[in-house]
Design a protein around this ligand. Structure first.
Ligand code: CO
Length: 150
């Protein structure tokens, strides 16, 4: 029994380590009715031809109340993207149309909805400082994470 418990503990530890460090070509995030993605850091490979972004909103609140998106940008562009996005409004998914600082952006979704997008891996440089974040007004402080490219 004790050996089994140890084996399970090791398996969980190994899978947690693997998911945190494995370089994939997708960014898969979940969010509920609170302002927090399920991950604070995501790693993608530097050799990806295409990077896919997926967001599953597992909550119940409608998009007008607790809408979330995922925007990808360089770390030093986050504030500017979010400020201009807030001005662009919900019809623009809180992303300024044609904003050259935006590497990728999903649409805004509410509870029970999913969304996604993709972008060329060449938009990311290995070792660069990137963030994923939500541009719903007031969400940025809590809804942001590090995108590692390696
Ligand atoms: Co949000």
């Amino acid at each position: 029994m004790r050996a089994l418990f140890l084996a399970i503990t090791l398996a969980i530890a190994a899978s947690a380590f693997g998911s945190a460090h494995a370089a994939s070509c997708s960014i898969d995030l979940k969010v509920g009715d609170t302002m927090g993605y399920d991950q604070h850091s995501v790693t993608v490979g530097s050799a990806c031809t295409e990077v896919t972004v997926r967001l599953a909103h597992t909550g119940h609140l409608p998009v007008q109340t607790m809408g979330h998106n995922v925007v990808i940008g360089a770390a030093d562009a986050v504030q500017g993207i979010a400020q201009d996005g807030a001005q662009a409004g919900p019809a623009a998914n809180y992303v300024k149309p044609g904003d050259p600082r935006v590497i990728a952006a999903t649409k805004l979704v509410g509870g029970g909805q999913s969304t996604g997008t993709s972008f060329p891996g060449s938009a990311l440089k290995s070792g660069g400082a990137y963030r994923f974040f939500c541009t719903s007004p007031g969400h940025l402080a809590q809804m942001t994470g590090q995108l590692v490219v390696q």
